[in-house]
Design a protein around this ligand. Structure first.
Ligand SMILES: Nc1ncnc2c1ncn2[C@@H]1O[C@H](COP(=O)(O)OP(=O)(O)OP(=O)(O)O)[C@@H](O)[C@H]1O
Ligand SMILES: O=C(O)[C@H](O)[C@@H](O)[C@H](O)[C@H](O)CO
Length: 182
């Protein structure tokens, strides 16, 4: 039977350094979807807070998540968003903007995340001293609907292929044409 891939809205999520931007770019290119880079929408105050070595709290992230939901909802053909989405409540906020939203959870251990964030510390807003707080805040999305976990250490092309296969497997078959009205 012929199948039709429906518009896909995906969030690539996880702690700092897990590879959200890298996989997000690869997926957006592969799937022909616009990329929304979540970090670009942090207000200046959030950037300054992170740079000064203080983790963001729920209040800091609230307006940012609303804005990201609006960005997703304004792309009718689908989109790939990179967003830490560390807590269930944050993911539910995004889901309320786009029902059926899917999440790709990049799983990484603390030592690997720390090594990556340290390696790019000269050129990135996020200090290595905050990596611990990302893991303290993280509530695993495993078990929530519409979540695929991928290992953050897998080659990007492999993870992108895994996500494509997941989307295809979940694509609903095309609806039969409605009978002509007489
Ligand atoms: N699959 C991978 N294997 C090895 N290194 C990777 C992989 N994916 C990303 N990296 C490297 O890890 C670092 C962090 O990647 P990236 O910036 O994509 O993560 P991020 O989750 O978007 O980080 P942040 O949210 O802090 O901006 C980069 O130096 C990147 O080159
Ligand atoms: O929710 C958060 O604490 C933030 O989104 C962080 O994850 C940073 O934005 C990001 O990691 C820096 O690049």
């Amino acid at each position: 039977m012929e199948t039709r891939t429906e518009p896909a809205w995906l969030v690539v999520m996880g702690v700092s350094g897990c590879g959200k931007s890298s996989l997000g770019q690869a997926l957006a290119a592969d799937l022909g979807l616009p990329l929304i880079e979540g970090d670009d929408f942090h207000p200046e105050a959030n950037i300054r807070k992170m740079q000064s070595g203080t983790p963001l709290n729920d209040e800091d992230r609230a307006g940012w998540l609303i804005r990201l939901g609006e960005e997703l909802a304004s792309r009718p053909a689908g989109a790939v968003l990179t967003c830490s989405a560390l807590k269930r409540a944050y993911r539910d906020r995004l889901r309320s903007a786009v029902p059926g939203l899917r999440f790709v959870f990049m799983q990484i251990d603390k030592s690997e995340a720390l090594a990556r964030v340290q390696a790019r510390s000269a050129v990135h807003i996020f200090p290595a001293s905050l990596v611990d707080s990302q893991f303290q805040t993280l509530e695993s999305p495993v078990g929530e609907p519409g979540v695929l976990s991928v290992p953050a250490t897998a080659p990007l092309a492999q993870s992108a292929a895994q996500v494509r296969a997941w989307l295809q497997a979940e694509a609903r078959p095309a609806l039969p044409a409605a009978p002509a009205q007489s």
